[in-house]
Design a protein. Sequence first.
Length: 163
Amino acid sequence: MKMETLRALYIEELKDLYSAETQITKALPKLVETATNSALRQAFENHLEETRNHVTRLEQIFAGLDVSPKGKTCEGMKGLLKEGDERAGEKGDADVLDAGIISAAQRVEHYEIAAYGSARTYAELLGENEAVRLLSETLEEEKAADTKLTQVARRINVEAKAA
């Protein structure tokens, strides 16, 4: 697709997000299994359910645009998730490993926050009001997930320091 219009860029951003979210739904279960801290496991479980809802919201937006969400791989997310998978496969002190997993997960959240913020701005400019609502809802959930990870990290990082 040529990037000659804001609409074309908007659709590409949405496809990138759709790919990212579907990749995340496949990666989160491993983090749930790998995390040893119960609060961290719960945060990942909760975010997995939210991520499934993010995929559904994106599908609603695509249906409104009469465009398929398929056909693009988010290479940025692929790389972030690969790094997270490597971290989850490491051996060592449980608290240190949980701290590392949080760091990897927050990189994912920050990527999503940036992408959803841009997509929402494009939707606003294009007058896609329902998409703005859906993207804003997801953006707030991504920010909340990042905040939750920060809260959990504060406790785990102290425990990791003691290791």
